[in-house]
Design a protein. Sequence first.
Length: 71
Amino acid sequence: MPRYYFHLRSKDQFIWDREGVDLPDPATARGAADKAAAELRGDLLHESRHGYCWTVAVTDEGDELIHVTSL
């Protein structure tokens, strides 16, 4: 099963997902990113008020970008 990585980034930070998650296909990875973004949105809301815009960037095992979603 392919492995996908869910990296968090803002204007001045990039948090690498070094573990990743095994998922059956890119469509499932995109759905997981959208779900994670919705869950994180509330946790990072206080930082958004200070001008931060966070995104979840999903890459595959070859480090190819397959999806980006905003928090």
